[in-house]
Design a protein around this ligand. Structure first.
Ligand code: G6P
Length: 373
């Protein structure tokens, strides 16, 4: 009903507006004196977490893209190799697990059948199983050794939005906890990561304020568009995949996300005049200096007639001459940019679906939680 939507035009509009709180509430109570401490991990125990030699993240859909971001952060901070696998691929290929493997499942609903079955498989194989879940008392957390709940609040719209940013937040907290247990991150770096994470809600609010109108207009211009590509590198890559998934789910548009470095290995052949390409641009301050590489990708596709919509740090002057549109995001450390860059893509999927007259909360053929295989 309209009152349940709190005055918003759809549950999705309401849920996107709640992305700042989804992050903030997931951090709440999980830091102590500026350092992360996750009491929820006690059932596994710090001794076992210290001994883990491999992490496997299992999830489906949007949750799997959150998992990819978790991989970058956990590997960087805790120096443990992380694989991310779709739950339904994982359990049917006899995966190699041991009592030194930490399996992390991610599920908003906690009821996705493929993820539940993968969790049961991992439990039976003797691995440690930690679940990230948004629904108190759901089946997956009950079947796991430990659970870190995301506090995004109930998510009603079928396509996941606020749960995604909460999942990434939970994985970053897990990464910092693991780093503390294993002594892989100095305290100053740990504190600055906590500060960065704590500053994300206000920065998401800024993105919501700044980009809503511009993206709405962009979407209204694009109702006839047949295909949209998304490019990103490093942590921008999962953001590209998530942007593409939202367009498929919500606007029924053929959309693909690519790692920008793969461009010349295939995707560039798709570029013809007028092709719309979203590019997630790393910060020009990024120490890994991926920024110039992505800017040169933009020049390559622009030269072939692509229409480029860049999501870039505000003040990034290098992008301006080559992009048709720039959606600015606030300054953040590179691991934290995805939590900002994804927000305009969530808005875009929703606005384009709305502009096409589609039901953004209940897209055709999809279910909120897939409880069959
Ligand atoms: C369905 C939903 C997606 C969601 C996926 C995983 O496909 O439409 O939005 O990402 O399930 O759901 P889960 O509850 O396991 O996170």
């Amino acid at each position: 009903s309209a009152s349940e939507k709190g005055g918003w035009s759809s549950f999705m509009a309401k849920e996107i507006s709640e992305e700042p709180e989804a992050v903030g509430n997931t951090i709440l109570g999980r830091t102590h004196d500026g350092l992360v401490h996750l009491e929820e991990l006690a059932p596994i125990g710090d001794a076992a977490l210290k001994d883990v030699d491999r992490i496997v993240i299992i999830a489906c859909g949007t949750a799997a893209y959150a998992g990819m971001l978790g991989k970058y952060a956990i590997e960087q901070w805790a120096r443990i190799p992380v694989d991310v696998e779709l739950s339904h691929e994982f359990r049917y290929r006899d995966p190699i697990l041991s009592d030194r493997t930490l399996v992390i499942s991610i599920s908003q609903s906690g009821e996705t059948m493929d993820t539940l079955m993968a969790v049961k498989y991992a439990m039976a194989s003797g691995a440690h199983v930690l679940s990230v879940c948004n629904t108190q008392g759901a089946t997956i957390p009950r079947e796991s050794h430990a659970v870190v709940y995301t506090h995004a609040g109930p998510e009603v719209a079928v396509a996941s939005t606020k749960a995604f940013v909460a999942q990434v937040t939970a994985l970053y907290l897990i990464g910092l906890h693991l780093a503390a247990v294993r002594g892989t991150l100095d305290e100053a770096a740990h504190r600055s990561a906590v500060d960065e994470l704590a500053s994300v809600p206000a920065k998401i609010s800024e993105v919501l304020e700044v980009s809503q109108a511009e993206i709405g207009q962009l979407a209204r211009w694009m109702t006839e568009t047949q295909s949209v590509l998304f490019l990103g590198r490093h942590v921008g890559f999962p953001v590209a995949l998530e942007g593409a998934l939202k367009l498929k789910e919500l606007a029924y548009i053929h959309a693909e996300g690519f790692a920008a470095g793969e461009l010349k290995h295939g995707p560039i052949a798709l570029i013809e005049p007028g092709q719309v390409v979203f590019v997630i641009v790393p910060s020009p301050r990024d120490p890994s200096s991926l920024h110039p590489k992505v800017v040169s990708n933009i020049q390559e596709i622009r030269a072939r007639g692509a229409r480029v919509i860049a999501i870039a740090e505000k003040g990034d002057a290098a992008v301006l001459p080559f992009a048709d549109e720039v959606i600015p995001i606030p300054l953040a450390g590179s691991l934290f940019e995805p939590l900002l860059a994804v927000v305009p893509l969530h808005i875009f999927g929703m606005e384009l679906a709305a502009a096409k007259g589609l039901d953004v909360d209940q897209p055709r053929n999809l279910a909120k939680s897939v409880t069959v295989e």
